[in-house]
Design a protein around this ligand. Structure first.
Ligand code: MLT
Length: 206
């Protein structure tokens, strides 16, 4: 997969896996990563699916309706890419925290729903429920930060609450942060995620 790997100054911290929104690329979330965990290594990936010239991480049938078969295939593909990248760049495969926005947050959630120990945690900005009716692996070791907009036209508040419920039922420690805004990623959520990262992954105790 097309990607950027930037080695951090503190290799004890988790590697941040950056997953952009629809139409974005592997450069989009680099500034956010610098605000959230400036010392961490960063692996930023570009989605392999092309929707009318826009990069995505999996296909959809229409807005908000996922192509489930492709979602499962692409999630496995991304998980294998993480295995390969850990070998190539010599980082700890079991210490990756996702930072995803919108379509990128959805595939990060899908990694957590489908693959045990795929992620050590996740910052999910404006994520949806990736899949229903599956049994989610134990996430007691994978805390999640959810950033959401109360007026998000793509994601009703009930859907965000369902995602939070699913993750908590799988024993993840979930922190929720709601803005008064819509689907856009706001600075206040990024600042809250930075605080969350600092308290969940302190530099001197991992
Ligand atoms: C998706 O398809 O993943 C969601 O609708 C969010 C987006 O528009 O990318």
């Amino acid at each position: 997969m097309k990607h950027i790997f930037n080695k951090g100054t503190n290799e004890q911290l988790p590697v941040l896996l950056l997953l952009h929104g629809t139409g974005g690329d592997e450069r989009d979330l680099l500034p956010h990563a610098a605000m959230i965990a400036p010392e961490a290594s960063v692996l930023s990936v570009k989605g392999n699916v092309n929707e009318n010239g826009m990069a995505r991480f999996f296909a959809r049938l229409r807005e908000g309706v996922f192509d489930e078969e492709d979602l499962i295939f692409r999630t496995t593909e991304l998980n294998a890419f993480l295995d390969d990248s850990a070998r190539e760049y010599c980082f700890d495969r079991s210490n990756i925290v996702a930072l995803g926005y919108s379509n990128g947050a959805n595939i990060a959630a899908s990694l957590m729903y489908h693959h045990e120990h795929a992620l050590k945690g996740g910052i999910l900005f404006h994520a949806m429920v990736p899949r229903r009716g599956v049994s989610i692996p134990d996430l007691s070791d994978s805390p999640v930060f959810i950033g959401a907009g109360k007026k998000d036209p793509l994601i009703p508040m009930e859907e965000t609450s369902e995602l939070i419920r699913d993750l908590r039922e799988a024993k993840s420690h979930v922190t929720e942060y709601w803005t008064d805004g819509g689907h856009e990623l706001r600075r206040e959520e990024v600042d809250a995620a930075a605080e969350w990262f600092k308290s969940n992954f302190p530099k001197d105790k991992r």
